[in-house]
Design a protein around this ligand. Structure first.
Ligand SMILES: [Zn+2]
Length: 415
């Protein structure tokens, strides 16, 4: 279907990853780093050169653009979204992308630090990529395939549509966000201005993967109150909140209910921070499960452990506070089965095996879905995110472009 088209995705990707767009969790500005705009402004310029007249960067660092409809049918407005920033965990300065043409199935030694080796043992997906062209970084930085693969795929998809007016589609919206990696990617998205009915993020991994489910997430704070007294005169008076907290943490199960002992569809609670003195200790938790109703059960279980621990120290008390963080996008997406069904059809037309995945975490799509834009995630080929061993297959990126071209046609046909 895209035969004869010379994809621009790899050439774009190689240019985009060399622009440093690392976000910064310590920064309070929006976007968190000015340098993210270096890429965003380039994307606006390239979109305009392609003929997308309304492409622009807003005051918060978001790029919006519209591809007008070319059909008489009334087709739902579809948005494609990816993030321009790269993870703060690993340097994104001076990225040197290397193309390993016709990959031979061997471990890949990165030339600028030969101790950095991408092994097929740790990354068995590489063995499915033999004969394809793999892009890696050079050993000193991350690659930034997360999510410049998504950015380059969307840009090539736009380029394809502009060159092929015979491909019928409704109105398409493009959205590039900053600061996804520091959890602020959708804070300033103007859903009304965007005006889309459904969205897809391009930020997934293996070819054919489609993620329509994320964790539901709460944060909890258990605060233990003791009674402070001068230690020299504390007999029968002092109650040390740190000891209560220690007892409480020791009551947490050792073989279940934690991130280090669960996988697949199991939920957990996870202490992430502890702070305090004898008089008062705060223990912060995250609570995660695919089933939102179970968050309450996990919370009640924490409450029970806190009660048991406190009972061992007469005079001690505790409070438990819970805050909602995000919800499983499936709760929204279940109402719109066509969103996934059309992706499955588009992948079939692209000769790809569709497989559904669940993310043991959240995505921008989980928040967008609850902000009124149902938004699952489609593969880009990006693998081993956030580190020096990150890689992506050019052919996977091309297959993702082809999937998007087919997807907008499926939406048009079904309208
Ligand atoms: Zn990402």
């Amino acid at each position: 279907m895209v035969s004869g088209y010379s994809f621009t995705v790899a050439e774009r990707f190689i240019r985009y990853v060399q622009i440093d767009t690392q976000s910064d969790p310590q920064s309070l500005s929006i976007p968190s780093t000015e340098k993210q705009k270096d890429l965003s402004l380039l994307l606006v310029k390239e979109l305009k050169e392609t003929g997308i007249a309304d492409a622009h960067l807003d005051e918060w660092g978001y790029v919006y653009a519209t591809i007008p409809s070319n059909t008489d049918k009334k087709v739902p407005v579809i948005c494609f979204c990816s993030h321009v920033d790269t993870a703060p965990d690993c340097s994104g300065t001076g990225v040197k992308p290397i193309v390993h043409k016709n990959y031979n199935g061997k471990d890949i030694i990165l030339p600028d630090d030969r101790s950095q080796v991408i092994t097929t043992k740790e990354h068995p997906y590489l063995l499915e990529k033999i004969g394809e062209d793999i892009i890696t970084a050079s050993g000193k930085t991350l690659l930034g395939a997360d999510d410049k693969a998504g950015v380059a795929i969307i840009m090539d998809f736009v380029n394809y549509l502009v060159m092929h007016s015979e491909v019928k589609h409704g109105i398409i919206k493009i959205l590039f966000t900053p600061d996804e990696e520091i959890g602020r990617g959708v804070n300033k998205v103007d859903i009304k201005k965007l005006g889309a009915d459904f969205g897809y993020t391009l930020d997934g991994g293996k070819r054919g993967s489609y993620t329509d489910e994320t964790f539901s997430a709460d944060a909890a704070v258990v605060t233990f109150h003791g009674i402070s007294a001068h230690p020299g005169y504390a007999k029968d008076k002092l109650v040390n909140a740190m000891k209560v907290a220690g007892t409480f943490l020791d009551l947490l199960p050792k073989n279940e209910f934690s991130p280090e002992t669960t996988g697949d569809r199991e939920g957990f609670v996870h202490p992430v921070r502890i702070d305090g003195v004898a008089e008062m200790v705060k223990v912060e938790f995250i609570i995660r499960d695919f089933v939102t109703a179970r968050l309450k059960q996990h919370r009640d279980r924490l409450d029970e452990f806190a009660k048991q621990a406190t009972a061992k120290y007469p005079g001690a008390s505790y409070t438990l506070e819970v805050k909602e963080q995000y919800r499983n996008m499936k709760e929204v997406l279940a109402n719109y089965p066509q969103i996934g069904a059309y992706v499955e059809e588009a992948m079939k037309r692209s000769g790809i095996k569709f497989h559904k995945e669940s993310a043991r975490g959240g995505t921008d799509g989980s928040r967008l879905s609850f902000m009124g834009l149902p938004c699952p995630d489609i593969f880009t080929g990006e693998m081993a995110f956030h580190g020096k061993h990150e890689y992506v297959s050019i052919q996977d990126m091309q297959k993702s472009v082809e999937t998007l071209v087919n997807l907008v046609q499926v939406w048009e046909e079904k309208a």
